[in-house]
Every structure is written in structure tokens, then in C-alpha cells.
Design a protein around this ligand. Structure first.
Ligand code: GLN
Length: 543
């Protein structure tokens, strides 16, 4: 498979900026910033061969990276990128790469590493295309730097267009061609006006139309799905009630109607009334052809005696596949007999772009780039073995784009903004062995906590929240009587990327109110605690 087709980003339908990744932790921010500007950007590894691209980007950005361009084994861009005849912007390593290509002596190890804020001064006025890059920006701005190497000399044909306290060559531009280099990172929010600078590059210099909207994406994706599936083809998919699977399912419904078959497995560890709620949302509200399988007894039975988190997760994952596979067979038979189309030939998966990027990002010269055709989904035997072809309509979208697409599809706001929920459900929110009693307690406590959060208008300020059950018990007194009950652990975090997180700072009265309700309303609980651990060192879930 050619590298260029891996991302399956709709580069033919939208003007696209190609971002070549040299392994910087910030690379995905470049594509995100551009998409926030309604410009499609695709990220591919820096080793991508330009000849493998099946489209012509409107411009190319070379990202930062951890290597030194002059060291052995450092990654280098396909020189054909300079023959594309489109504007190029190098950021940090990307700029050093541009300079190194002109002559290796141009890049040297700096005496001081420069990390953090720096004051940038743009040298405007003497050059028309410099003015275009810095148009609308102040002459002086705070930018974010993170580098040890620097340019020792200008590559031939270039001149300096901005300086900083520590960098003589904080920004450079070719005198006649639209090739630019920045020592700083405009993609991080710490860089003042960084987004404006990226916009100047993409819109004014590359000429991209700002037409990357979810309404347009929807139109082209529906057409693509219809084309792929054909007039008779049928598709099967698992749904959980989460944002991604719901949006993917509704999209399929719009594209092929009841030839899409959704399956919801009740694993016995969903939240209070969740299965019924999801069924109502998907069937009644969204009109999706849904089958619900109640396997809760099997799951709860199998969870008996399992204390170890990994064992619990493995059991639930494995059982889910068994149940799903058995049902899939029945649904396939039903689909075949239904007269709606031919037999099921496709399997829907809600893979998102960050998973694709993860598999595509440049990990070093020796790392093989994985082909990510079944990210976090069902086992290969379901697709390869049964000959089902994968269909992944969200594969080119970030989470906020999926939410926007959901709104465009008419999915209500409460569902679109739903917090993520783990596949193994509240089983990983009950420490140790899962029993029916603990499931009941966990569900009720969680329901109280989340309803109070909604009532207080805090839901959208929090990224994820839940109540967990600690099976060790504590003594309490209620109505003069000794009680010996479980401990509830409340957890609520804020995060932008789920890689790091902070505990949410609730008003004291709020926590008291929740505590009060839980000890009063949930039988078998004697204490309520609030987990203030950040990530790291904690994780968001407890198991
Ligand atoms: N590794 C290079 C340096 O230290 C580039 C760093 C970067 O791209 N952020 O200068």
C-alpha cells in the first residue's frame, strides 16, 4: 500500500496542506490548527515519497523533530518536495532541513539550548512575500522555541525575515521562491499570533480555500460510502452509545439507510438505564436499524472471581467478541433474507485520525510504519477471515470534528458532548471483583454524581467524570446505627488530549451535596471521597 493512501484523508475533494512529520510532539497541532481554520491538512511521515502521493498539495509544511539534521541516520525529506512548485514552510527541524539541504555547514549545534518564550522581531518592509507571511501581525511578538541546533549561516538565496533574542535566524525566506523557515513553533498556543501566521501561509501564500467544513465533508463522505458499498451492499457495525460509534452509525444510516445493521451488546456493566437510553437514541431518535443483545448475565457470571484489572479487561474484551461474532452470524442471515440487499460485505469501525496519526508518525529511521487497518477494533478474523471489508468514515477526523459532524447530522447536543466511557464499562470502576451488588452501588452513585454535575452546569467543563466503588469497607453511623459500607471514590478530570489531566476543582458545597445524596440514597455506602490525583502519575480510570 502506498504511504500516501494510508491516511485516506479526502485530499482530492479539498485543498490540502501536506504536513510532513519529523517526529515532533507538536506535529499534530499543525494539522489541528489548520483544520480549525477550515483548511484540510494531512499528516504523513517525513519519509513519504512524493511520487506516491495521489494528489498535489497546495503547500507543504515540514515539522519539527527530535533529531539533529547533521547526525547520522537523521531523517531527510524527499528532495522532490522542492520540485512540486508549491510553497514550503519549515518549522524548527523543518527549517534546519531546508538549510542543511542547501549546504550541511548551514546547521550547527547551538551553545545554548533555547526552550520556552522568546521575543520575535519581524523585519518587515523590504520584501513583498515576507510581508505576506507576517501580514496583520505586530512587528514584535512572543513565540515559543524548543531547539538546541541553529542555523550558522543562511542558505543561498535566502534572507533573514525575523530575529529573536537568541536567534539571528528566527525566520528566513527565500528571496524569490515561496519557501520559508521558522525557528519557533507557530502551532503551539504559547506562540502569539501563531494561528494567524499559519493562516497567512495556507490561505494567502498557498491559496487554499477555507472550505473544510463538516457539512461539506458529510456530502462527500456519503457519496464515497455509497460508491464503496454499492447499491446492494450491506454493512454491519457495533455501537456503544459513545460519540464516535453513534456518529459513524448515523452517517451510515444517511448513506445507505437500513442496509446498515447496528448491534449493541449489553454487557451488564453499562451505566444506570444506559442500554435503554442508547436504544431510544439510536432507534427512535436517529432511526438506525439497531439490534440489542442482552448478554449481561453471561458477562456478570464470567466476571465472578476475577480480581485483577487486566484479567477483567481481557475477559470483557474477549467475551464481547464471542457474543458479537455469534450475533453477527444471525444478523448476516437476517440481512440476507431481508431483501434489502446482498449479503453483508462490510464492517464499520469508528477509528479516528489520532489513531491513524499514531501509526503514521515518524518514530525513527529504523521504525517500521505500521499499516493501521484495524485500529482498536475487532480481531482480524472478523474482517480477513470472514471477508468483511472495513469501512472507517471517521478515519480522517479529530474528535472535535466528529462532534461537529454529529451536530451536522442532527444528533442532539447532550449525546454529541458525551464524555468518553471505557469499553469495559463500570467493571473498571469497581476495584477488584465485580458483583451484582457493587454494580448496583456503582451505578446509583455514578448517576447521582453525573446528574448533579449536569444540574450545576459543569458537565461541559469536565472531560471525564465518574463514581467508582472501593470494595474495602469503612465504618459509619447512620440513624444511631453502626453501618459498615463501601467507599465511593468520585473522580472528575479536565484534559485536552487525555495524555495529561488535572482533577476538576469543584466548589466545596457541590462535593458536600453529592456526598450527602450518595450516603443517603445509595444503600451500602458509608463514605465518599474525591480523588485529586493528576495524570501523571495517576490514570483517568482507576484500573
Ligand atoms: N532537534 C532539533 C534541535 O534541537 C530540532 C528541534 C525541533 O524541531 N523542535 O534544534
Amino acid at each position: 500500500m502506498a504511504a500516501a493512501t494510508l491516511g485516506e484523508v479526502p485530499t482530492k475533494a479539498f485543498d490540502t496542506i501536506l504536513t510532513l512529520d519529523f517526529g515532533s510532539q507538536y506535529t499534530h497541532l499543525i494539522t489541528r490548527r489548520l483544520r480549525e481554520l477550515n483548511i484540510l491538512s494531512e499528516m504523513l511521515p517525513c519519509t513519504t515519497k512524493i511520487a506516491d502521493l495521489d494528489y498535489k498539495p497546495k503547500g507543504v509544511i515540514l515539522s519539527g523533530g527530535p533529531y539533529s539534521v547533521y547526525e547520522d541516520g537523521a531523517p531527510h525529506v524527499d528532495p522532490a518536495v522542492f520540485e512540486l512548485g508549491v510553497p514550503i514552510l519549515g518549522i524548527c527541524y523543518g527549517m534546519q532541513e531546508i538549510a542543511w539541504r542547501a549546504s550541511p555547514e548551514n546547521v550547527i549545534a547551538g551553545v545554548h539550548r533555547e526552550y520556552g518564550h522568546s521575543n520575535l522581531k519581524a523585519l518587515k518592509g523590504d520584501d513583498a512575500h515576507v510581508d505576506r507571511l507576517f501580514a496583520g501581525l505586530e512587528d514584535s511578538m512572543r513565540v515559543w522555541m524548543s531547539h538546541g541546533d541553529k542555523l550558522g549561516a543562511l542558505p543561498e538565496g535566502f534572507h533573514t525575515v525575523a530575529v529573536s533574542d537568541n536567534s539571528e535566524y528566527a525566520a528566513i525566506a527565500h528571496k524569490t521562491k515561496p519557501i520559508y523557515g521558522l525557528q519557533f513553533h507557530p502551532e503551539v498556543t504559547h506562540s502569539q499570533n501563531g494561528t494567524q501566521l499559519l493562516k497567512n501561509f495556507a490561505v494567502d501564500i498557498c491559496g487554499c480555500a477555507q472550505n473544510w467544513t463538516m457539512a461539506r465533508f458529510l456530502d462527500q463522505e456519503i457519496a464515497r460510502i455509497r460508491d464503496l458499498v454499492g447499491p446492494e451492499g450491506q454493512v454491519l457495525g457495533a455501537v456503544s452509545g459513545g460519540v464516535d460509534s453513534t456518529v459513524a452509525a448515523k452517517l451510515m444510516k444517511e448513506a445507505i439507510g437500513d442496509r446498515f445493521w447496528a448491534v449493541l451488546v449489553n454487557n451488564g456493566v453499562m451505566r444506570l438505564d444506559e442500554c435503554e437510553q442508547v436504544e431510544r437514541d439510536l432507534k427512535q431518535h436517529l432511526g438506525i436499524n439497531l439490534t440489542v443483545i442482552d448478554a449481561s448475565k453471561d458477562f456478570l457470571e464470567g466476571l465472578k472471581g476475577l480480581h485483577d484489572p487486566e484479567q477483567k479487561r481481557k475477559f470483557i474484551g474477549g467475551k464481547f467478541i464471542d457474543v458479537f461474532e455469534a450475533e453477527a452470524q444471525k444478523i448476516e442471515e437476517a440481512a440476507e433474507k431481508s431483501g434489502k440487499g446482498t449479503k453483508i460485505g462490510f464492517f464499520l469501525q469508528g477509528t479516528l485520525y489520532p489513531d491513524v496519526i499514531e501509526s503514521l508518525s515518524f518514530k525513527g529511521p529504523s521504525a517500521t510504519i505500521k499499516t493501521h487497518h484495524n485500529v482498536g477494533g475487532l480481531p482480524e478474523r472478523m474482517t480477513n477471515g470472514q471477508g468483511l471489508q472495513l469501512i472507517e468514515p471517521l478515519r480522517s477526523l479529530y474528535k472535535d470534528e466528529v462532534r461537529e459532524l454529529g451536530r451536522t447530522l442532527g444528533i442532539h447536543e447532550e449525546l454529541v458532548m458525551r464524555h468518553p466511557f471505557p469499553g469495559p464499562g463500570i467493571a473498571v470502576r469497581i476495584l477488584g471483583e465485580v458483583t451484582e451488588e457493587k454494580v448496583r452501588i456503582g451505578r446509583q452513585a455514578d448517576h447521582i454524581f453525573i446528574s448533579e454535575i449536569r444540574k450545576a452546569g459543569l458537565y461541559d467543563q469536565i472531560s471525564q467524570a465518574y463514581a467508582a466503588v472501593d470494595p474495602s469497607r469503612a465504618v459509619g453511623v447512620m440513624g444511631d446505627k453502626r453501618v459498615y459500607g463501601y467507599i465511593i471514590i468520585l473522580r472528575a478530570v479536565t484534559t485536552t488530549d487525555f495524555m495529561t489531566a488535572e482533577a476538576f476543582n469543584f466548589p466545596w458545597e457541590f462535593l458536600q451535596r453529592v456526598m450527602n445524596r450518595i450516603v443517603n440514597e445509595v444503600h451500602g455506602v458509608s463514605r465518599v471521597t474525591y480523588d485529586i490525583t493528576s495524570k501523571p502519575p495517576g490514570t483517568i480510570e482507576l484500573e
